[in-house]
Design a protein. Structure first.
Length: 485
């Protein structure tokens, strides 16, 4: 039997029943990677020999009575996580020889859970793109259409899952880097509440793997089913034992509801600053129709929703302030000069990004204070609703675009061009206030490309959008394997 597209849950059931061994699953996964990955280029660093050793140990452990959460399940890891003995580059050429001595905390948690790690998945340069290509490892292609991107920055992971290269993967997200690849490749991903999953060791080299609190950025799970997302989040979630873990233990609230007809959902498909493509709007509507058909309460408008344009502005300010903070002094001063030359009437997202990169600490504090007002607004909204359904990006996967001028690129939305980075506004809706968001597939576009939506939930109530994702998977269907080219 070919197990490569089975869910992690199905693999664990088969392993417990003795229907298959971890060694067999691992050899099948390796064979598929060796057969198909030349065309996809998802697995940029192979670790097959250590995977074979881990699989044998998993089988021995199970024979000895052990039953760990992921014991014997083949998985992959985003290249940006430190794995002892393997390169961590973030796609940056000068980092190509950097090899960490210790595993990232999430890699350690995978190991403790018994997962078999097949290798690392490709990323964009510095994790700063909605695509996945770099000079070290080349370009990762979308398994549904090799001329298109699988998304970024966790694009290698999404392409791997869509191709049957392992049952699970771990990625990260600050600009939709879990959710956009899931949407482009037809898989599931979950952006956890900010701070829910420890991130130590998911750090650009040669910086030390310190337990820092990142602004906006999270690490999270990717899978081919919603239930697998929950299973992997349970492995990943929890504070760093070096810091908050000294005093706190994790207790996530249960999902608010167990049945679709009990959910109260706000559905959005329009943004004031960018268009929504027909294919994506159709995906949102498929979910809305399924909810209505199931008896859920569905609304299209609410006075409680925080202002979307202001939310996008605050998000871009905070996101690009973080980028600007890492620049050399000369480059930063040039940006400050350019920002000062902008007209006060220019309130475009492009101008907002430039001003954000030139932020002072005082500017950042002011933006952060406005973020807190939005967080309070979301708390009030989630007193009336359980989840918000909305796009992840305005379009399905687009053709590869390797123009080195990121700011000069454009995204085509049904024949209308927008600045490339403006497409981040939907991802930023959950990222800016730190809310959990689950990406789910909703079917295919007229061109035959996957289309997904995100389910945004209340802060630290990650189980609510995850449960909604499970119920919708049962109602509208979930992952489907792409046709082989």
């Amino acid at each position: 039997m070919d197990w490569n597209f089975a869910s992690a849950e199905e693999l664990l059931t088969a392993l417990r029943a003795g229907e298959v061994t971890s060694v067999q699953l691992t050899e099948q996964a390796i064979a598929r990677i060796e057969r198909d990955d030349e065309a996809i280029n998802a697995i940029c660093v192979r670790d097959f020999e250590r995977a074979r050793v881990a699989a044998r140990r998993a089988d021995q452990a199970r024979a000895g009575g052990e039953n760990r959460p992921l014991l014997g399940v083949p998985v992959t890891v985003k290249e940006s996580y430190n794995m002892a003995g393997l390169p961590t580059t973030w796609g940056v050429p000068q980092n190509k020889d950097f090899v960490p001595a210790e595993d990232a905390i999430q890699v350690s948690r995978l190991a403790v859970a018994g997962a078999v790690m097949l290798g690392k998945t490709n990323v964009p340069l510095g994790l700063r793109d909605v695509q996945s290509f770099n000079e070290i490892y080349g370009t990762t292609n979308n398994p549904w259409d090799h001329s298109r991107t699988p998304g970024g920055s966790s694009g290698g992971s999404s392409a791997a899952l869509a191709s049957g290269f392992g049952a699970l993967s771990i990625g990260s997200d600050i600009g939709g880097s879990l959710r956009t690849p899931a949407h482009f490749c037809g898989i599931y991903a979950h952006k956890p509440t900010l701070g829910l999953a420890a991130n130590r060791g998911m750090v650009a080299p040669p910086a030390p793997a310190s337990p820092v609190d990142l602004d906006l950025a999270v690490v999270g799970p990717m899978a081919r089913t919603a239930r697998d997302l929950t299973m992997l989040l349970d492995v990943m979630a929890g504070p760093d034992p070096l810091t908050l873990g000294k005093a706190y233990e994790l207790t996530l609230p249960p999902a608010r509801h167990e049945r679709l007809d009990d959910f109260r959902v706000l559905v959005l498909d329009e943004h004031p600053l960018i268009g929504t493509g027909i294919a994506v709007r159709a995906g949102v509507n498929r979910v809305a129709d399924a909810l209505v058909d199931s008896g859920a309460r569905v609304e299209r408008h609410s006075a409680l929703l925080p202002d979307l344009a202001e939310a996008a502005t605050i998000y871009m300010q905070l996101l690009f302030a973080g980028s600007g903070a890492g620049l050399p002094v000369e480059a930063y001063e040039q940006l400050r000069t350019q920002a000062a030359e902008l007209s006060t009437h220019d309130q475009s997202l492009g101008a907002t990004r430039l001003r954000g990169m030139a932020f002072t600490h005082r500017d950042w504090v002011e933006a952060n204070n406005r973020r807190e007002l939005h967080r309070h607004g979301w708390r009030e909204l989630f007193a009336e609703f359980d989840a918000v359904v909305c796009p992840i990006t305005p379009t399905p996967a687009f053709p590869h675009d390797h123009d080195p001028d990121l700011l000069g690129r454009h995204i085509d939305i049904d024949g209308v061009e927008y600045p490339y980075l403006d497409q981040l506004v939907w991802a930023g809706l959950a990222t800016m206030p730190g809310l959990p968001a689950t990406a789910i597939p909703t079917g295919l576009s007229p061109e035959g490309l996957p289309v997904g939506v995100q389910l945004i939930g209340p802060m630290f109530e990650d189980r609510t959008p995850l449960r909604l994702a499970e119920l919708l998977e049962q109602k509208i269907g979930g992952f489907r394997a792409p046709p082989r080219e």
